[in-house]
Design a protein around this ligand. Structure first.
Ligand code: ADP
Length: 442
């Protein structure tokens, strides 16, 4: 939502601009009456914040001029002039609300939002369009009760479209309302990104229902076929075994979907961070994968610094590492190796590597490997859900980290997690006293 502040007290104007921008408004400033009058008449704003005592042209004259020209932009008068007469004059001239200086910024923002809503015929902060609900107070969007993850600009764009739903909005109008007048934007890429957010959500629901329905269909059909006629007891045992195996796949998938839903709902937040020894994380992954490693004759070795401690959402980091080690074992050949190592790099970030000498990933698959439900061509028939790596990525990015992979078909893979230095809570102190070249953990 775009606001013009007409205020000659420059420090106050700048502070207001900053405060409003932090709340997602787009703000233009005019520091005298002439400039303010020109901008208000030239550009379409969602609200004007108008001081009354201005050099050159005063606030009431600006307001009168706008209304005489039929400009209905909502106007909130903000002034140090406290007398009732001024307020009445302002409101009679067509102002929509009035706030005396000094004012409370939160109140100002609440009033601005209410003014904008009312000017669009909305009385509630919740805007609903189909299955889309936009909460303009918390700036959050849900679709079919699922929270969408949008950037500030994507939110602004969607909010504006929703406020004007049913009306065709031109690109120019969008630009004018969601960007400051001096901003250059690429409307195409913004719309394309928004489209991708919707598409990926639609795809996730479609893929999830497809992946769940397939094993359920197998179970149902198997039961129907088995019940068609009398069978030998061994055949019943076979059917039960097959149902057991399909149920295992469904359980795996449902667990992964729940993990993703928890991540989407904001599982990772600094308030849930706790101190964790990296060696404990590694030990957890090794312990839980030991049966699988034994079954597949894979040797898992570790190379990590015993002293390293970090602050993170422990269960999430455990899950991420477990996923990578499990993959290293599963997509490997008998007698193969998986190596987990942790180091601090020269930027003092924490680096966790999971390296295997197994199947590797072909270049065509590599670029899509972190997508939800993506399985490489060689493993499409495996029991995996194709969600593991997207969960790992969401966990790492939730901790402000990044994950990359280097791999060649037939030569193995190396997944590298880099977590910000702010996350490492011990050993950095004494590392900082040692020369830069010695900063790598063993
Ligand atoms: P899945 O549950 O299918 O394993 P992931 O998201 O964990 O799902 O992995 C996606 C795909 O990436 C897997 O199906 C597999 O093809 C490939 N992959 C993942 N890790 C490795 C690895 N260490 N080596 C080879 N291929 C891998």
């Amino acid at each position: 939502m775009k606001i013009l502040i007409i205020e000659d007290e420059k420090r106050l104007a700048r502070l207001l601009k900053q405060g409003l921008e932090e709340q997602g408004f787009v703000v233009d400033l005019a520091c005298n009456g002439t400039e303010g009058q020109y901008q208000a008449e030239q550009y379409p704003y969602d609200t004007l914040l108008l001081d009354l005592m201005l050099p050159e042209v005063d606030g009431l004259t600006i307001l009168k001029g706008l209304r005489e020209k039929g400009n209905a932009v909502p106007v909130l008068i903000v002034t140090a002039r406290g007398d009732v007469e001024d307020r009445i004059r302002g409101l009679n001239l067509g102002a929509d609300d009035y706030l005396a200086k000094p004012f409370d910024l939160e109140e100002l923002i609440a009033r601005l939002r209410a003014l904008i809503r009312r000017s669009r015929g909305q009385s509630s902060p919740l805007i609903t369009v189909g299955d889309l609900t936009i909460d303009s107070n918390s700036r959050t969007v849900t679709r079919a009760e699922k929270r969408l993850s949008l950037s500030a600009r994507e939110y602004d764009l969607l909010h504006y479209l929703a406020l004007n739903s049913g009306r065709v909005i031109s690109r120019t109008e969008l630009i004018e309302h969601i960007y400051a007048s001096d901003y250059e934007w690429d409307s195409n890429s913004m719309l394309v990104r928004l489209h991708h957010v919707f598409e990926s959500q639609k795809r996730l629901v479609a893929d999830a229902s497809h992946e769940l329905k397939t094993p359920l269909a197998v179970i149902t059909t198997q039961c129907d076929v088995t019940l068609l006629s009398e069978r030998r007891s061994e055949e019943y045992v076979e059917t039960i075994k097959s149902i057991r195996s399909e149920t295992k796949n469904i359980t795996h998938l449902v667990n992964d979907l729940l993990s993703l839903a928890r991540l989407d709902a904001g599982l990772i937040s600094a308030s849930r961070y706790e101190p964790v020894y990296i060696r404990d994380l590694v030990a957890y992954a090794v312990r839980l994968t030991a049966p699988l490693a034994a079954e597949r004759e894979i040797c898992v070795t570790t190379d990590s610094d015993d002293d390293l401690q970090m602050s993170c959402v422990r269960t999430a980091l455990e899950e991420a590492l477990l996923n990578l080690v499990e993959n290293g074992i599963r997509y490997n050949h008998a007698g193969g190796k998986v190596i987990i190592s942790t180091t601090i790099n020269e930027c003092r970030e924490l680096v966790i590597e999971v390296r295997d000498g197994g199947n590797g990933i072909g270049s065509a698959d590599l670029e899509r490997i972190f997508e939800r439900f993506y399985r490489a061509a060689t493993s499409r028939s495996s029991n995996g859900s194709g969600l593991g790596l997207s969960i790992v990525k969401a966990i790492i990015e939730g901790h402000d980290g990044r994950i990359t992979v280097v791999s060649n078909a037939g030569e193995g893979s190396c997944f590298t997690i880099v977590l910000p230095k702010s996350i490492v809570t011990s050993r950095l102190t004494h590392l900082s006293e040692t020369p830069a070249g010695q900063m790598h953990a063993p």
